[in-house]
Every structure is written in structure tokens, then in C-alpha cells.
Ligand binder design. Structure first.
Ligand SMILES: Cc1ncc(C[n+]2csc(CCOP(=O)(O)OP(=O)(O)O)c2C)c(N)n1
Length: 662
């Protein structure tokens, strides 16, 4: 192995040696502890240390890195104390995630390390978001993300690299090509000669390097970092290396031919570097022994700290509280005082006004979506926005929902707010993982918030067929950490959008397409918030309550306006997560007969959840079973007659009569 010292001093070469050796010795100790049953699981990076260490040392300390499960060297080079790391790996209260995360699935703002989720690929687009933030702030910085060879087969890899190229982002993508993805060898993973060749297809530069040579990795990444900053471009680096142990310790290495171990043992990154330092006279044998001894002693000391962690105190309140970041300032709430002056506005214009005023209010707010810039979005909500706010803040995105949600999260890491427009709520399915597993869980896992709003043009009734009509709010209500809002009036459309944007948590904002141009109402002209988590009592009645939201509110109101013989109480939920249980209970108390009405399909719709809650908590107040009126359990059909039959509205009268006559 050829080492090129360039202009590194002896002191710097020795420092690099210490940083390289440290994760190896830690791992060797961990493997011992694993065999003794003192730790439960270990993902080994033995043989690959030069990549994590060389790359991290080449970066500034406050540049974000997105590591994976074999990157202990990233954590140690960012000077995370080993004692606390051990607590983290044991699931202790005083680790980096309050006992909530395992192995390397945690991050730390202090160390500019973004914690991975198990799904691997999602890390890459977060790096895009961070790089975009650096670019918008005109900082001379880059972000860096890791992937394995296996991870390059994920769609997230393609999306993230494409976005980085199209947006000219200063991101370094490192592939650690260690020959296997779990047990799958690379010839069953991809067909190109080198993974770095893929860069050409994205329009970015790339290089293949020896990932076991610490000075090569360090020098290459340093140079690439300068390039990315100067040229404002991404770069793909393929580091050739080998995984010397199993995927994780329990899984073994039987599927790996012995010759490969022999070849790669000779290329061990630490022994080779050590020998070179000795040959060059940079290090004496005595100094090398001293460094080993000192590090081993330090490990023993840190182990004592690590294993002396306090017993975990289980506190359910703290568990629930930490799913959301607390909102520090309460906004200008929608009250009768700020109701004036108001103007009659269509629902769509209210959404637009809420978005526009939020852009004026928050300099750090950036909009992202397909066709939202010059074209103004599929529904023209952002028409004219680039004239006012510029293309940097109103960003057309390539067609890649997953990467854009990930990029929004990356922007949060650097203090930005983002609103992403899903062109149709249906398309969220291809961005699902980032929402469900990253945005929603990140605050609970390691205290980082996802300051992201996803606008979801939703619902049927417009003859748009199965993939432009779905009601999918229930998917998100089932995910702790998200907030789900769903306005039915223009005033709430504006107020809830403003509230969602000023909230530091991830909010799914559903806007019903059929209401856009069919509903008009008084909308205050000021910048105001409709409080998230509070239902609206639409009208009082005695015979039965309709608890509903979105289009359902209008169906209920229309019904009540022509059926004067029935006295109907109507509650508009406005927020589906968290639910306003107080308002629900009050409605049950008023009538004792509850109809849950929603456009979503019957099985698994939120009506089932609310019904269960009412039965558990308000049973004595009921005069009849809770009844659900929902759409049919079929996809949404295209033909308008079929769609009308599909929608819950077709069964509203029948459901009301059933309840009244109980
Ligand atoms: C989406 C997803 N599918 C499958 C897995 C299970 N899994 C964990 S690691 C791994 C192999 C990853 O291989 P590679 O990207 O080459 O990284 P390496 O482990 O070799 O460092 C697999 C299949 C996962 N974590 N996430």
C-alpha cells in the first residue's frame, strides 16, 4: 500500500494514526464484551475504519455528516466520549437518545451527526437538504453522507444524487463498497463495473479510491470538499474496502470465501499505516506500543463510566411529551378581535394567502414542490410567488417525493422551515418512508425537530379516478410524532396553514380539492393562527351529533339546512392528530347519539378510532351505538355515478335515519 504524506507533519500523521486506531481498539473490546454477554448486538466496521476516519477528519467540525451502522469512526472523530457512547449502546437514559434508540441509530446536534434510520438510503437526501441550507446561507460548507454498496440499489440513492446534481448542491456521497450487502455479493446487487460510473448519469464527478488507505481517503475527501465548495457541485466517491466480519456479529461469515479474507487481511488499514509510519521513522516501536497501551487503558476507564449509568426511570408522561418539540411562542390566534377586517374568499385563495403571509413572516421558509415555481403548481396556489420571493425560496423539484421530504428534513437541521406541496395527496405513497420513519420519529429519537409541513391536495368528488382522489389521512393519524390538520372552511384553511408552518413539528396539511373553488367564506386579512388540536362547534342540535371534518362538514351542513325536522349538532374536528377529545365528549353529552362522518373508506378510517374512544370514555352518555358513515371499501372509481355511490354522502340520510330510529 502506497502512502503519500503530502504536506502533513509528523505530528499530524501521528494524530491521524491515533484517530484510526481508536475505533479499532474500541471494537475489539466490544466484540469481547459481546462474547461475555455484556452487550447485546454489534455491527462491525473492522477493516473499513480508514473511510469513516479519513472522511470525518477532512471535514470541518460543524459540517453535517450522515453516517450509517459501520461508521464508528465518524462518532469518535467528532470526539464523542466513549463512556457516553457505551451508555447509548446499552440503551441507558444518559446516552444520546434517552434509551430510545439502538446501536448507531442516533444523532447529536452538538456533533453535527444526523442519526440514521434502519432503512439506510434516506440518509442521502437529508444531506441534500443540509447542503441546500449551506448554499442558501452562502456558507462555505459541504455535507457528507455514507451508503453501502447494497444501499445504492435503493431508490433513495438515485433520487438523492439526482436532486443534488440538479440543484448544484455541495454534497459528498461516499459509497463504502465492501463486497457484500448482508450476504448478497455485489454481482447480485448491480451490473455496472464500478458504482462510481453511475455519477455520469447524474451529471456529477466521481472517483474510485482505495478505502483502506487512510491518507488516500483523507486527502481525496479534503480535495473534493474544496471542489464542492468552489464549484457548488456534488461528488460521488466509491471507496473500495472489505467487511472483515459478518453483517452483525450473530450472522457469521460462512458465505464469504476464505481467499477474500486472506487478500483483504493483507490490506488492513491500520497495520499497513502503522508499518509505514514505522518504516518512515515517523513513529518508533516504543511510541506505537505506548499509544496502544494508553488507548486500551482509556477504554477501561470509559467502560467504567459507561457501565455506571443510572437505572432507567420509566416515565410515560416524558415519553409522550417528547414526540413533539414544544412550540415556544403562541401565535396571533384566530379570535373575534382579529376577525376584522375580513374579505369573502374562496377556499383556494385562503390557502394561498396563508402561504403567502407565512413566506412574508418567516425569512427562513422555503417552498418545494413539482411545478410550483413559474407554473404556479397544479392548482395555481403558488402562482406569482417567485416574483415576490424568488426561485431560491420557491423551488421546483424533480419528480422524487422521497428525496424532497428528506431534503426538507435536512433543511430543518440547519434551522429552515419548509413546506412541500405534494402535487396530489395520492403521491405521498412514494415519499411515505421519510414521513413515517424520519420526520415523525426524529424528535423522540434524538431531540432533532422536523420543521416541515406537507400540503396534501386530497379527496374525491371531481371524477379524477383511483390515483387522484384518495383520502389517506388515516395513514398518518396512526403515526406518533406527526400532526394532521384538515380544514373545512376558508378561514380555517388560512389559519391552520399558518399554524402548521409556525409549528416546529411535522404537519400533514390536508386541503380538499373539491372545496377549493366551491366553498367561499369570510377570511380575516391579518396573519393569524387557527389553533392546532381544537375542533370547531359548527352548530348546536339536540337529536344527534355529526362529528366530521373536511368535505363532511359541508355534507352535514347541507343536510341540516334542508331537513328542518331533525335538530343536528355538528362538530368540525379540524385537527385529526392530536384529536380534541374534550370537544368530542361535549358533543356526546349534548345529544347522546353520534354519527361519525368521513370521506375516507370505512375500515380503518379515523371514525373507528373515535368510535372506540367514545365507547371507552363516554359510554354512559350514549343513547345509541356510535354509527359510522364512510365511503365504500373500494378504490375511488372514475365514473361520476360510481364515484357518487362510493362517497359517504350517498349513505348519509340512511345513516341519520338509522341513528334517529334506534
Ligand atoms: C430498506 C431496508 N431493507 C433491508 C434492510 C436490511 N439490511 C440491513 S443492512 C443490509 C445490507 C446493507 O448492505 P450495504 O449497503 O452494502 O452496507 P453494509 O452493511 O455492507 O455496510 C440489509 C439488507 C434494511 N435495513 N433496510
Amino acid at each position: 500500500m502506497q502512502f503519500l504524506r503530502n504536506d502533513l507533519t509528523d505530528g499530524e500523521l501521528i494524530d491521524i494514526y491515533k484517530q484510526l486506531l481508536w475505533p479499532r481498539l474500541i471494537e475489539e473490546k466490544m466484540l469481547l464484551l459481546l462474547r461475555q454477554g455484556r452487550i447485546s448486538k454489534w455491527f462491525s466496521g473492522i477493516g473499513q475504519e480508514a473511510i469513516s476516519v479519513g472522511a470525518t477528519l477532512a471535514m470541518l467540525e460543524d459540517e453535517w455528516i450522515m453516517p450509517l451502522h459501520r461508521n464508528l469512526g465518524v462518532f469518535t472523530c467528532r470526539k464523542m466520549p466513549l463512556g457516553k457512547l457505551i451508555r447509548q449502546w446499552q440503551g441507558a437514559q444518559d446516552g444520546y437518545s434517552k434509551g430510545r434508540e439502538r446501536s448507531f441509530h442516533f444523532g447529536s446536534r452538538e456533533h453535527h451527526i444526523c442519526g440514521m434510520i434502519s432503512h439506510l438510503g434516506p440518509q442521502l437526501a437529508i444531506a441534500d437538504g443540509v447542503a441546500l441550507a449551506y448554499k442558501l446561507k452562502q456558507q462555505q460548507k459541504v455535507s457528507l453522507a455514507f451508503t453501502g454498496d447494497g444501499g445504492t440499489s435503493e431508490g433513495d440513492f438515485h433520487e438523492a444524487l439526482n436532486v443534488a446534481a440538479v440543484w448544484d448542491l455541495p454534497v459528498i456521497f461516499i459509497i463504502e463498497n465492501n463486497g457484500y450487502g448482508l450476504s448478497t455479493p455485489v454481482n447480485e446487487q448491480y451490473r455496472c463495473a464500478q458504482l462510481a460510473d453511475r455519477a455520469k448519469g447524474y451529471g456529477m464527478e466521481s472517483v474510485v479510491i482505495d478505502g483502506n488507505n487512510i491518507l488516500t481517503v483523507y486527502d481525496t475527501i479534503k480535495g473534493i470538499r474544496d471542489y464542492c465548495i468552489k464549484e457548488q457541485q456534488p461528488y460521488l466517491v466509491e471507496c473500495m474496502t472489505f467487511r472483515m466480519r459478518g453483517h452483525e456479529e450473530a450472522s457469521g461469515t460462512k458465505y464469504v470465501p476464505q481467499e477474500l479474507f486472506d487478500v483483504w487481511s493483507a490490506k488492513d488499514p491500520i497495520t499497513n499505516y502503522e508499518n509505514w509510519l514505522l518504516d518512515e521513522g515517523v513513529l518508533t516501536q516504543k511510541e506505537q506500543d505506548e499509544i496502544h497501551t494508553a488507548q486500551k487503558l482509556q477504554i477501561e476507564d470509559e467502560l467504567k463510566i459507561g457501565f455506571a449509568s443510572k437505572e432507567i426511570i420509566v416515565d410515560t408522561r416524558a415519553e409522550s411529551k417528547d414526540i413533539y418539540r414544544e412550540k415556544l411562542s403562541v401565535g396571533n390566534l384566530h379570535t373575534s378581535a382579529n376577525h376584522h377586517p375580513s374579505t369573502q374568499k374562496r377556499f383556494i385563495d385562503a390557502v394561498r394567502e396563508g402561504l403567502f403571509q407565512s413566506m412574508q413572516q418567516h425569512d427562513n421558509l422555503v417552498l418545494m414542490g413539482q411545478d410550483i415555481a413559474e407554473y404556479g403548481g397544479a392548482f395555481k396556489i403558488t402562482e406569482g410567488f417567485i416574483k415576490e420571493f424568488g426561485k431560491a425560496r420557491v423551488r421546483n423539484t424533480p419528480l422524487c417525493e422521497s428525496a424532497i421530504v428528506g431534503a426538507c428534513l435536512g433543511m430543518s437541521l440547519e434551522g429552515y422551515k419548509t413546506v412541500m406541496e405534494m402535487q396530489f395527496a395520492d403521491f405521498v405513497s412514494v415519499g411515505f418512508n421519510q414521513i413515517i420513519n424520519n420526520l415523525s420519529k426524529i424528535h423522540y429519537r434524538w431531540g432533532q425537530n422536523a420543521d416541515v409541513v406537507i400540503r396534501m391536495p386530497t379527496g374525491g368528488g371531481v371524477g379524477a379516478g383511483p390515483f387522484h382522489s384518495q383520502s389517506n389521512e388515516a395513514w398518518f393519524v396512526h403515526t406518533p410524532g406527526l400532526k394532521v390538520v384538515y380544514p373545512s372552511t376558508p378561514a380555517d384553511a388560512k389559519g391552520l396553514l399558518i399554524a402548521a408552518i409556525s409549528d416546529p413539528n411535522p404537519v400533514m396539511y390536508f386541503e380538499h380539492k373539491a372545496l377549493y373553488r366551491s366553498v367561499t367564506g369570510a377570511v380575516p386579512e391579518t396573519y393569524y393562527e387557527t389553533e392546532i388540536g381544537k375542533a370547531r362547534h359548527v352548530q348546536t342540535g339536540d337529536d344527534l351529533s355529526i362529528i366530521t371534518y373536511g368535505a363532511g362538514v359541508h355534507w352535514a351542513e347541507d343536510y341540516a339546512s334542508v331537513h328542518h325536522d331533525v335538530s343536528i349538532d355538528i362538530l368540525d374536528l379540524r385537527t385529526l392528530l392530536p384529536l380534541d377529545y374534550e370537544a368530542i365528549a361535549a358533543s356526546v353529552k349534548r345529544t347522546g347519539k353520534i354519527l361519525l362522518l368521513h370521506e375516507d373508506t370505512y375500515i380503518g378510517g379515523i371514525g373507528g378510532e373515535i368510535s372506540a374512544w367514545i365507547t371507552e370514555n363516554c359510554f354512559e352518555l350514549l343513547d345509541a351505538p356510535v354509527i359510522r358513515c364512510a365511503s365504500l371499501d373500494t378504490p375511488v372509481p372514475f365514473n361520476i355515478e360510481l364515484e357518487n355511490n362510493f362517497l359517504a354522502k350517498a349513505r348519509l340520510d340512511e345513516s341519520i335515519q338509522k341513528l334517529l330510529n334506534y
